[in-house]
Design a protein around this ligand. Sequence first.
Ligand code: HEC
Length: 121
Amino acid sequence: MGRPQLQLVTGLVAVALAVTACKETTIDERPCPPEGTTLTYESFGKAFLDAHCQRCHGRTTSERNGAPSSFDFGTADAARSHRARIFARAAADNVTMPPGPDDPPAEERERLAEWLACGAP
Ligand code: HEC
């Protein structure tokens, strides 16, 4: 392969990697385990959302740090209705929420993925 072709191939690989890196994993890509989940809003979801999200999403307008007012995860029903977007921003390998350095541990993101994939019971 000549040098220009090699550069073209290298460039295409770099673009493909960049596109993959930006892509979010969606809730449809994560099936609920066949045995279901033991996680519930009361045993897991509420504590996770309170600890990592509600600092912005649960506040009054002036304290939300720009979190959209329609995205408040303060009740089981609200969390359930937003579960696809919560997944896309914070579950499994999705790490764009919360913004900033205080990330939940990876295993907590895995538990979040399981709970949401099973319908956020
Ligand atoms: C430090 C404040 C802050 C925290 C903490 C935070 N968010 Fe956000 N959130 C924002 C801001 C600002 C936006 C609007 C900009 C954007 O979408 O990136 C937003 C937007 C969103 C949206 C709506 C946009 C979309 O992609 O559908 C969702 C869903 C969301 N956040 C989920 C979460 C989850 C889940 C957590 C906890 C794991 C969380 N956020 C924690 C500030 C925060």
